[in-house]
Design a protein around this ligand. Structure first.
Ligand SMILES: Cc1cc2nc3c(=O)[nH]c(=O)nc-3n(C[C@H](O)[C@H](O)[C@H](O)COP(=O)(O)O)c2cc1C
Length: 181
């Protein structure tokens, strides 16, 4: 059994009832005992990235955000596509990590989920570019697009789609293999 490993998950949607956040909640069922899995919901509190304040004294929320990621062993991002890219609130959070490098070589899994049949492919592509710039390690089989996301859930926001469950299991297993090495 893997022990003492922390996985942080971030949703690119700060919307109440977000399908992306619901996917991260559904992931709990596929994570083995002994893994500390938490969904960080603080990205909406981060100020707009500004190199000037980063150089002097970054705000406490930024310091806390960085510390939490520094202490984690892996990251999962699940995001919608907004205007053919990632939501600004998520991009802003990632910009705070460019100079501080908490994600350097960190194993990452990337999910985009969209009501469209594209599964948010443009956001996915854009996010992978940003994560490449941050020098993260996007794990093998750790990249998943979920199209028609509304059809995958029951009315109570639990996941019902078997192929999505299978894909999420594979994604988690890839991430666990990486952090277990
Ligand atoms: C401002 C805005 C822009 C959007 N742009 C796109 C888009 O470019 N591509 C897409 O597939 N969906 C787009 N959508 C639809 C979102 O994918 C959809 O609202 C999704 O459910 C949001 O994810 P959430 O349920 O996790 O909040 C957009 C939605 C909003 C509000």
């Amino acid at each position: 059994m893997i022990k003492n490993k922390k996985i942080v998950a971030i949703s690119g949607s700060i919307r109440e009832g977000s399908s992306n956040t619901n996917i991260l909640k559904a992931l709990i069922a596929f994570i083995p005992e002994g893994i500390d899995y938490s969904i960080y919901n603080g990205i909406k509190e981060l100020p707009h990235f500004n190199p000037d304040i980063d150089r002097t004294e970054p705000p406490a929320v930024v310091k806390d955000f960085r510390k939490m990621l520094d202490e984690s062993h892996a990251l999962i991002i699940c995001t919608p596509e907004y205007a053919k890219s990632v939501p600004g609130v998520l991009k802003n959070a990632l910009e705070w990590l460019v100079s501080s490098a908490e994600l350097y070589k960190k194993p990452v899994a990337v999910i985009t989920a969209s009501p469209s049949i594209s599964g948010g492919d443009k956001a996915h592509e854009s996010l992978l570019l940003t994560l490449g710039m941050l020098d993260t390690t996007v794990v093998k089989n750790g990249s998943l697009l979920i199209p028609s996301v509304g059809t995958k859930f029951n009315d109570d926001a639990t996941l019902k789609d078997e192929s999505t469950k299978k894909a999420l299991t594979s994604l988690i297993n890839s991430l666990l293999d990486e952090i277990n090495n």
